[in-house]
Design a protein around this ligand. Structure first.
Ligand code: NAP
Length: 323
């Protein structure tokens, strides 16, 4: 293979929402694939993907998308991965890498692996990057820059396949880590899933308050509530699937969280200022740690404005292929 050849000959993306369309855009900028084919469930999304011109081909079916592809990535809600894997299995090219981007990994491994034929490499992945927006218009090429992508290769998968997928994600700007699927789910339960549950709860609670009007909630939202509303605007289908798929880890973290809320409740009731001060001092240090390692900016607003993103790495040239 020449030094200028793309990493993959043909990349197939099943689902072209925020994540799928961001992968398509970044892969094109980085010349990560010779050609990019995408599909989506609805004609409207397929048409929009075609209008946006983010892929070389937009096809109608999942089966057509994966024909001849050497990398297939399912960019769909986690609850849909099993059925799609069953559907595409007979059409996969031998030697292809099949991956996903789901926010839960244990259930995806359980749902997908049994359907895939021998000779296909299954390497699940989770790019820990996103926004509260959905659909093909929401994606952008820099989404993964300086974010982590966690690979959870099942036992026995060819390490060359895992490394090649890692190369792909690094090319898109991500840092790559590898862990066991269940460990991933525990880590993400506390860093992502529980915070979303809290945001969904607190925004719902505010919505239902009788003594504070809706307009007052909106008007005075700057004091912390606004950040929760951004998170609570995330896609309902995606988050329904995440909580159903990661039930055990979320319940475990929720139990711990409830204990800590009870402790803080008691401190407030007893007027125990020292306990509150100690707790808030510890949490402030965690925030500083996140900023120090470059996973957020010290700017007061939550999230990353696009203009503040680091540029993509320099377009890439591959030097090897996976057989
Ligand atoms: P999205 O913008 O809502 O796009 C979802 C895509 O999946 C759409 O193309 C949709 O097609 C398709 N789809 C939905 N249900 C389907 C089904 N039952 N069968 C086949 N295709 C289906 O979602 P996203 O934010 O890109 O999320 C996709 C995946 O990435 C999820 O597994 C999520 O857990 C993971 N993820 C999301 C984020 C985030 O912040 N959003 C971050 C990391 C990982 P139609 O438009 O035609 O319905």
């Amino acid at each position: 293979m020449s030094a200028k050849a793309p990493l993959f000959n043909r990349l197939a993306l099943i689902g072209v929402g925020l994540i799928g369309s961001s992968i398509a855009r970044a892969a094109r900028v980085q010349n990560a694939a010779g050609s990019i084919v995408v599909t989506a469930r609805s004609p409207a999304t397929r048409q929009r993907a075609a209008e946006l011109g983010i892929a070389d081909q937009v096809v109608e079916t999942n089966a057509a998308a994966v024909e001849g592809a050497d990398l297939v990535i399912m960019c769909i809600p986690v609850g849909a991965c099993g059925a799609v894997a069953r559907e595409i299995a007979p059409h996969l090219k031998s030697g292809a890498i099949v991956s996903d981007v789901g926010s839960v990994k244990g259930s995806v491994v359980r749902d997908v692996a049994p359907h895939l034929p021998k000779g296909v490499h299954f390497v699940p992945a989770h790019p820990v990057a996103g926004t509260e927006y959905s659909g093909p218009d929401a994606g952008f090429a820099e989404l993964f820059v300086n974010r982590w992508c966690i690979l959870t290769p099942p036992e026995g998968v060819d390490p060359k396949a895992t490394e090649k997928l890692a190369q792909f994600w690094r090319l898109l700007g991500a840092n790559v880590d590898t862990m066991a699927p269940d460990h991933h789910d525990l880590v993400l339960a506390i860093t992502s899933h529980l915070p979303h549950l809290i945001a969904y709860t607190i925004v719902g609670t505010a919505e239902e308050l009788q003594s504070v009007t809706r307009s007052e909630v909106l008007k005075f939202s700057a004091g912390g509530f606004r950040d929760f509303t951004r998170i609570a605007a995330s896609d309902p289908t995606m988050w329904r699937d995440i909580f159903l798929a990661n039930k055990d880890a979320v319940l475990e973290m929720l139990g711990r969280f409830n204990e800590d809320v009870s402790a803080l409740t008691k401190a407030i009731r007893k007027g125990d200022g020292d306990a509150l001060f100690d707790h808030f001092t510890r949490t402030r240090a965690i925030r500083k740690g996140i900023v120090d390692i470059g996973q957020d900016s010290p700017a007061p607003d939550f999230g990353r404005p696009h203009s503040g993103l680091a540029p993509l790495p320099k377009p890439y040239a591959a030097d090897g292929d996976l057989e």
